[in-house]
Write a protein that binds this ligand. Structure first.
Ligand code: ATP
Ligand code: MG
Length: 366
């Protein structure tokens, strides 16, 4: 492909930024950023976002099995976006001017979220249309390698996404409120969990016509009600995904009595302080559970047992989200848990139900 001189400059700059390494963002990073001036955070973000976009463009090249299909469809449009964003963030007028930078960040924050979903959707589409060929390869080794590459690509995509989403929000919130720790929610866990509960039961009612009951329980009531600094987004996201899975499992395992009346056992949502000073969120259902073979797969991206109509388009799915079927809820949730230094585990007995437990250490600030 012939490039003009200005395109040559962009690609030269892209090469330089792609060769730079990304700073690993940890919970502590937000405290360190909070201690710096907003100008320093702006410079950090401006530099790191450029590296991220440049490396993301490179990463597409690490999916040889998908390469022949990338230029068409959603993945092609995502790749084009990364190139566009790279140029925006490298524009000196954006990097140096706070209002301009905040407006660009706000734009990127929304588009970034969409781009990540479009990437997953794009990969799914390619696999659906060409899956047998891609996943089977010519040999078992090739099939394994293609699957490994894909899981690695999606893990990396989401790992970086959840961190950068928080840093972008950090800058915008701190700028708006004048509070450099505004990214840490100072409310109670009850509020954060309450939003997840409302969203998931609301989604279940819209999609399945009703929602099973959810019992909220705690043996350490203070943990629910005492204002405590926490990252709202990760806890909210994980609780919501676990509840969605539990509600779906409960609905789909309905037991019918003699008169045709269905009964649905309640889902239990527990939130307790832990002996270590952190807390845990546990969701228990009495659905059909997960069998041993499926248990090995549930942490893989794109694994789902939900029906997904083959003619469903990305735009329709975005407007009318489903209770399940994207095949990303559990793996993303575990990435969020790990980011916070915690873990997410699943125990299940076929025919009896499932228990998912998120454990988080105390928020380590120093
Ligand atoms: N509580 C549960 N009971 C039974 N099966 C479950 C439960 N939680 C997860 N699973 C199984 O694990 C699969 C993967 O779950 P995951 O949340 O990652 O994806 P999903 O629910 O299919 O789609 P989405 O990304 O939209 O949530 C589910 O499709 C389901 O088969
Ligand atoms: Mg799910």
């Amino acid at each position: 492909m012939q490039r003009n001189p200005s395109q040559n400059m962009v690609y030269h700059d892209l090469g330089i930024k792609a060769a730079q390494s990304l700073v690993t963002i940890k919970p502590r990073t937000f405290i360190e950023l909070g201690e710096q001036s907003l100008k320093a955070t702006r410079e950090f973000l401006s530099d790191q976002l450029a590296v991220k976009f440049a490396r993301r463009l490179d990463l597409f090249e690490t999916l040889p099995a998908l390469m022949p299909y990338i230029d068409r469809g959603l993945l092609g449009s995502v790749r084009q976006d990364y190139l566009d964003w790279f140029q925006r963030i490298r524009d000196p007028a954006v990097a140096k001017e706070p209002d301009n930078f905040a407006a660009t960040l706000d734009f990127l924050r929304h588009r970034h979220h969409d781009a990540v979903s479009r990437t997953v959707w794009g990969v799914r589409e390619i696999l659906r249309k060409n899956g047998e060929r891609l996943r089977s390869g010519d040999s078992d080794v090739e099939a394994y390698a293609a699957e490994e590459q894909l899981q690695h690509f999606l893990t990396d995509l989401f790992k970086k996404y959840i961190r950068f989403e928080l840093v972008m929000n950090h800058y915008l919130l701190a700028r708006q409120s004048g509070d450099s720790t505004a990214i840490l929610n100072k409310g109670s866990l009850r509020d954060t969990i309450g939003i997840a509960l409302d969203n998931s039961t609301g989604l279940c009612r819209t999609r399945r016509g009703f929602s099973p009951n959810v019992d909220v329980q705690t043996s350490t009531p203070a943990v629910l009600t005492t204002p405590t600094p926490h990252f709202r987004r990760p806890i909210h996201y994980v609780t919501q995904e676990l509840l969605k899975n539990a509600l779906r499992a409960t609905v789909e395992s309905a037991k019918y009595s003699g008169n045709g009346q269905a009964s649905y056992p309640s889902v239990r949502l527990e939130c307790d302080a832990t002996a270590e000073g952190g807390y845990m969120v546990r969701v228990t259902d009495r659905g059909d559970g997960i069998n041993k073979e499926a248990m090995d797969k549930v942490w893989s991206f794109l694994y789902t047992t939900a029906e997904f109509p083959p003619d469903l388009t990305y735009e329709t799915w975005k407007r009318e989200p489903k209770l399940a079927g994207f095949g990303c809820g559990l793996p993303i949730s575990r990435l969020y848990a790990n980011f916070l230094g915690g873990d997410l585990t699943l125990e299940s007995t076929e025919g009896k139900g499932t228990q998912a437990t998120l454990t988080l250490p105390p928020l380590v600030i120093r």
